[in-house]
Design a protein around this ligand. Structure first.
Ligand code: BGP
Length: 474
């Protein structure tokens, strides 16, 4: 155990990350419309229901809608410099295609921002985090339809005009590359995945990319001091063996994710991506105006989630699949996995930081990382807590690698571990898959008091932030 000088810059943004649909609850309060999450009671593993059902934990989630002040105060107690949350599109535009926003929804986020300001916490806001208004999914087939671009731009303009002077960091689409794998959750695409044509799917991707660039442009007009980043799901992909065919296979798989950063940073479709579209028989509608919008409105920074790395091989017989975040990958035999089968690879975070920096030379923001685990609430010295040494070890080891990347010369803006307070899981809609520094007393069957309890990791993270990373165990 050594306390060496910290490699982290003095203005490093330590914090935590959440999403509206996973914390707020109040799914039908304050004039909110339904979102796609309101018909996904079991996460992405099952088909959406026709209408909301009582077994959907997200209807109450962790009740952040009513407890935000208490929760933000707890984040402040840990010393958070930043708090990542998303704005629920359906609170602002309940159907999504209205022309006037819902004032009550805007007021709620005014209050959240006031609370952040009170504690000197810099908000980091995601515009769209897997919560497209349901009406846009059911009536327009979500992002397959170009009309969504206009609806999203209108929504973003309302937010920039209202909050632009108070929010410096904005993210356009959470894990934009996940639309290829989870079209309903990520792209509000109502057509079932197995009936969706490749052309429709990639057209939806294109529409989101154009929308991302258009709102970047809008932010520059309406909120000139703001910075806009893309948000990609990062999954470093290693060749399963040194066989050159495996190396090429790994590169090809990884490029299905890298393309999204390439387009956001370089403002054009890379050649390998166009080739892949051609070979899949995909015929996209891309206007000259779209090309100009993409080229002229590239991002200020790149943010990403990182939980797992995967392997890849050209040899079909060796493609033993493991779990991944949203989509699976070939299992890496050298790594251990979480209780949910996600392989744990701290060095992969250093790899991806270096790779992205070398590739794009844009500041990088790690806006999700963490360990989903089952926790046991115990009593220590008359206080309820969780002794989550496994979570501390996971986060410590990943942060040590972030420090290494910083020492490598990578520009890292900050680190917001996922689910800084326990929340409903995106993939499985469970509360028992816990990520937080703060335990929330709510169970998968909906029982529980919603009381908050500080875990052991709460004190650990406080120390990490106070020491600017010097307290990490290397
Ligand atoms: C990311 C999502 C988050 C979050 C996280 C953890 O893909 O952006 O919303 O949920 O993964 O995944 P899960 O909740 O499935 O454990």
């Amino acid at each position: 155990m050594t306390a060496s000088p910290s490699p982290f810059p003095a203005d490093f943004l330590w914090g935590g990350a959440t999403a509206a649909n996973q914390i707020e609850g109040a799914y039908n309060e304050g004039g909110k419309g339904l979102s796609i999450q309101d018909v996904m009671p079991k996460g992405i593993t099952t088909d959406p229901t026709d209408a909301p059902t009582d077994d959907n934990l997200k209807q109450v989630a962790i009740d952040f809608y009513h407890r935000y002040a208490e929760d933000i105060a707890l984040f402040a107690e840990m010393g958070f410099k930043t708090f990542r949350f998303s704005i629920a599109w359906s609170r602002i535009f309940p159907l999504g295609d209205e022309t006037e926003p819902n004032e009550e929804g805007l007021v709620f986020y005014d209050r959240v921002l006031d609370e952040c300001a009170k504690h000197g916490i810099e908000p980091l806001v995601t515009l769209s985090h897997y919560e497209t208004p349901l009406h846009l999914a059911r009536t327009y087939d979500g992002w397959v339809n170009r009309d969504l671009i206009g609806f999203y731009e209108r929504y973003a303009r309302v937010l920039f005009a209202r909050y632009g002077s108070r929010v410096k960091y904005w993210l356009t689409f959470n894990e934009i590359n996940s639309v290829l794998h989870a079209p309903f959750m990520s792209g509000g695409i109502n057509t079932p995945k197995d009936q969706l044509s490749k052309t429709d799917l990639y057209q939806a991707v294109h529409n989101e990319l154009v929308a991302s660039a258009l709102v970047t442009k809008a932010a520059r007009e309406l909120a000139p001091s703001a910075q806009v980043g893309c948000m990609v799901l990062a999954m470093p992909t290693y060749p399963l063996s040194p066989d050159p065919d495996d190396v090429m296979a790994a590169l090809t798989t990884e490029r299905t994710n890298l393309a999204f950063g390439d387009i956001h940073v370089r403002g054009e479709y890379p050649g390998y991506y166009l080739r892949s579209l051609r070979e899949q028989g995909v015929d996209l509608v891309i206007s000259d105006e779209d090309r100009t919008i993409l080229a002229e409105n590239t991002v200020d920074f790149v943010s990403f989630s990182y939980y797992v790395s995967i392997a890849e091989t050209a040899d079909e017989s060796k493609r033993v699949m493991g779990e991944g975040n949203i989509f699976p990958g070939v299992r890496n035999p050298t790594l251990k996995a979480s209780e949910w089968g996600w392989q744990i690879d701290p060095v992969g975070l250093r790899v991806v930081l270096n790779q992205f920096w070398d590739r794009w030379q844009k500041p990088l923001f790690i806006v999700e990382n963490g360990l989903g685990a089952k926790d046991e609430l115990v009593e220590v010295d008359g206080r309820k807590t969780v002794i989550d040494d496994y979570r501390i070890a996971y986060l410590n080891d990943h942060l040590v690698q972030v420090g290494e990347a910083v020492t490598d010369g990578v520009e890292v803006m900050g680190y917001t571990p996922w689910g800084c307070i326990d929340l409903v899981s995106a993939s499985t809609a469970q509360l028992s898959k816990r990520y937080g520094f703060i335990y929330v007393d709510r169970n998968d069957d909906g029982s529980g008091t919603l009381e908050r309890y500080k875990k052991k990791s709460f004190d650990w993270y406080t120390e990490v932030i106070t020491s600017n990373g010097a307290s990490l165990t290397r």
